[in-house]
Ligand binder design. Structure first.
Ligand code: FMN
Length: 336
């Protein structure tokens, strides 16, 4: 089983679903001595398998695969209908129909079978924690399980279920908060404070991220006892990242200064560059993946129309320090 202490560079390239994570990005970070990750979320099991093969074709270095743990959830019908109606003018403006707000489990069983079969070095989970039985089966395959936690309570529960390692996510992180309970507003404790409390409470290997943008930040989390920093936003402008052109342009433009935590796009709290869509929908209801499906055509049309005021552009609070370049150069710049 992979020992995270053996990483030559204490940097985990955060899995970033929706485009940014690519096999080329994961392979480059792993080859540079960090831990590259593939994002399994939203993809079919076959797509994930093809991505694992693509990485393995170019490097034998360690690799992680991330999966979503989507718990059953029934959003408030009235709130969902009201939210759908509020989006109709935007959909009409972009010339698309809204999607069907349905629940699905992101093809959980097929992807779980896949990782048990392909055995990447690490399988990480976000949005929830697998059962004790699943975590045991992963360990039996020699794969390191890693559960994303955003509070001390989640950390304790993950340990009790048998997680082999934790990824502690702080409030500055770009993208979705991993917070398990959809209705709870995510914990606001700063990363270093949350990390120290988790390290006091558990004995497991821990990585930590959220706002890590430079070597000095990596040194701060490893100095506290994390074995690596998990870094997402700082890789969004990497040559190898699949970040879409609207997102790339905004990240390179200092006019996009602020980020906000929003449920408007997916019904789950996530941090992105503050645009008109986020500002206009501050009271979007909880409902994942219902809202994800509802807004999917809108988001695709916004990207196609180069409309940054509607497209979602996930980014952490430290996005202003994101630089373009090869993943190897970015990994080197993060090395303490
Ligand atoms: C564009 C984007 C997509 C993300 N997608 C995922 C994902 O699929 N799975 C996951 O566990 N975390 C995801 N995250 C969160 C990262 O794992 C990580 O917590 C975060 O990027 C760390 O904060 P930073 O962006 O400030 O580095 C995503 C983050 C971003 C910016």
């Amino acid at each position: 089983m992979l020992d995270l202490r053996g990483l030559a560079v204490p940097v985990v390239a955060a899995p970033m679903a929706g485009g940014p994570s690519t096999p080329a990005l994961a392979a480059a970070v792993s080859a540079a001595g960090g831990l590259g990750f593939l994002a399994g979320g939203y993809k079919s099991a076959d797509q994930v398998a093809a991505e694992v093969e693509a990485v393995r074709a170019v490097t034998a270095a360690p690799l992680g695969v991330n999966l979503f743990v989507v718990e059953p959830y029934q959003p408030d019908r009235g709130a969902l209908d009201a939210y759908r109606r509020s989006l109709e003018p935007e959909a009409a403006r972009l010339g698309v129909d809204l999607g069907e707000p349905r629940w699905d489990d992101d093809d959980w069983h097929a992807k779980l079978d896949l990782v048990l079969d392909l055995r990447p070095d690490v399988v990480s989970f976000t949005f929830g924690c697998p059962s004790t039985d699943v975590l045991r089966r992963i360990a039996e395959q020699g794969v390191l399980s890693m559960v994303t936690v955003t509070s001390i309570a989640e950390a304790r529960l993950a340990v009790a279920r048998g997680a082999a390692s934790l990824s502690v996510q702080g409030p500055d992180a770009g993208g979705h908060r991993g917070t398990w309970d959809l209705e709870t507003e995510p914990d606001r404790a700063p990363l270093l404070e949350l990390l120290s409390r988790v390290l006091d409470a558990v004995e497991l290997p821990v990585v930590a991220g959220g706002g890590v943008a430079a070597a000095v930040d990596v040194a701060s989390v490893t100095g506290l006892g994390a074995l690596a920093a998990q870094v997402g936003t700082a890789y969004l402008l990497a040559d190898e990242a699949g970040t879409n052109p609207v997102h790339r342009a905004a990240l390179s433009d200092p006019a996009w200064a602020g980020t906000a935590l929003t449920r408007a796009y997916t019904g789950r709290w996530a941090r992105g560059l503050t645009n008109r869509f986020i500002a206009e929908h501050p009271t979007a209801p909880a409902g994942y993946p219902h809202l994800h499906h509802l807004t999917a055509p809108l988001r695709a049309a916004a990207v196609a129309a180069n409309d940054a005021q509607v497209a979602h552009m996930w980014a952490g609070t430290h996005h202003g320090r994101t630089r373009s370049g090869s993943a190897t150069e970015i990994t080197r710049s993060l090395t303490p």
